[in-house]
Design a protein around this ligand. Structure first.
Ligand SMILES: Nc1ncnc2c1ncn2[C@@H]1O[C@H](COP(=O)(O)OP(=O)(O)O)[C@@H](O)[C@H]1O
Ligand SMILES: [Mg+2]
Length: 318
């Protein structure tokens, strides 16, 4: 993959984390997760960059890159398609070490959280079934494997439908999916996380870090290793996507899937209330978290006159 390091470095040195699109090096935002910014360089499009300004030491960033590469290999080995990837990191004047994870760009219209708004309810159910089949590969492996355990974030925005026609989006059982969210390498060898879990906290406001660590970290990371919880998260997403009417149908799809194709994993069926309660709780945690980050940003930039390392998305409709 051809990464233009000079241009990225220039981007980094002139970044305006409050309005990243107004920096000296023009970019287009492709999407953002709850903690990251994904963009392409206008001058050299078709590569999606994810900026991770969370490392203090060379050892940390190198560990992360090797985990990232290994995770890519593991997913491929399990039969899950992932985009071509590469990484580049450098010392930045402002935030010590910055890592950019590069991926071939996937057409935005084919990504799960976009495409679901253009499909029939039945097609969305097919899409979720296809996601479940991909995830089954991971948890069937985990059931067999003693030392290596693999985690995954199954949210609909992390999957794209390969080769879908944006003019006429359709999903059938024959469609292939690709998994995008590989920059958080989630696997454990003999119970040791490949990724330093503390890195998850790096984007948290400094005054919340300790509290979060004590309260949530085990929970937050651990839930990505639990097929049932990952599925609840996937379905609860449809509240956030303003498609709550689809949820009862989707619950039927996944419970049928658990009792049929995933029978060997012996997963307890999921009830509507669980998904609803989970969503309400999750929403509250994120609202608290995002507000705390806004306060943190204010303190860092206005009071300490420092650079704030992260891009904070605008209000997310929930
Ligand atoms: N390779 C890509 N091509 C196009 N858009 C992408 C690509 N990777 C990510 N995105 C967009 O950015 C969003 C966040 O990326 P993701 O890797 O899932 O980050 P996070 O870990 O923050 O969830 C995705 O939901 C998608 O909209
Ligand atoms: Mg994601």
């Amino acid at each position: 993959m051809k990464i233009n390091m000079d241009l990225l470095q220039k981007f980094e040195e002139t970044i305006d984390t409050i309005h990243p699109e107004r920096g000296k090096v023009p970019i287009m935002i492709l999407g953002y997760g709850e903690i990251s910014l994904v963009f392409e360089l206008v001058a050299e499009p078709n590569i999606a960059y994810k900026r991770l300004p969370i490392f203090d030491t060379k050892t940390q960033v190198q560990r992360h890159i090797s985990a990232y590469k290994m995770y890519h290999k593991i997913l491929e080995r399990l039969g899950i398609s992932v985009p071509l990837e590469d990484t580049v990191w450098f010392y930045s004047q402002k935030s010590n070490i910055v890592l950019y994870c590069a991926q071939e760009k996937i057409p935005t219209e084919t990504i799960g959280n976009k495409i679901i708004h253009h499909l029939s309810g039945e097609e969305v159910e097919t899409l979720v079934l296809l996601v479940m089949r991909q995830m089954l590969k991971v948890w069937s492996f985990n059931q067999r494997s003693k030392s290596l355990k693999v985690g995954l974030d199954g949210q609909i925005s992390n999957w794209a439908v390969v080769g879908n026609n944006p003019q006429n989006p359709q999903v059938t059982e024959e469609d292939q999916l690709i998994y995008l969210d590989t920059s958080t390498p989630m696997f454990r060898i003999n119970n040791v996380d490949a990724m330093d879990p503390v890195l998850f906290l790096k984007s948290a406001p400094f005054f919340l870090r300790w509290l979060l660590k004590a309260l949530f970290l085990e929970d937050v990371v651990g839930r990505y290793y639990d097929f049932r919880l990952v599925t609840i998260d996937l379905i609860a997403n449809f509240f956030k996507e303003q498609l709550p009417n689809l949820i009862p149908g989707l619950i039927k799809v996944i419970n049928d899937f658990f009792s049929d194709e995933a029978e060997k994993l012996d997963i307890t069926p999921i009830a509507y209330k669980e998904i609803h309660d989970y969503y309400e709780e999750d929403k509250q945690i994120w609202v608290i978290f995002q507000n705390a980050r806004l306060i943190d940003r204010y303190i860092q930039t206005k009071l300490f006159r420092k650079q704030y390392d992260f891009y904070l998305p605008g209000k997310i409709k929930r």
